[in-house]
Design a protein around this ligand. Sequence first.
Ligand SMILES: [Zn+2]
Length: 101
Amino acid sequence: MITKEPNRRWELLRLLHRRNRLATAAIEHLAHDLPGADLLWQEVHKVEERVRIQFPAVWAIENASWVVQDGERLHTADSPRPADCRICAAQARLSVGPRAA
Ligand SMILES: [Zn+2]
């Protein structure tokens, strides 16, 4: 267990969840050249800083993983990753089109 204090544990889980959602959106925006990717990365950085300040031991472990995981999810529109990217998944669904009756 990371921490025995329920409130701190809840705050940590909230920050980690927020970081993951923001990083996913930032990667999707960057991969598809959408506006706002830089703002999303700034928010990712803010959340990571809060983790670093409030939970330095967790940050020390997670920081390297974040870099690797984010890098692995980066792609271009020419090399879609529908399993990792909601935009690629939506485009794949559209290219298949509706089923014939
Ligand atoms: Zn994509």
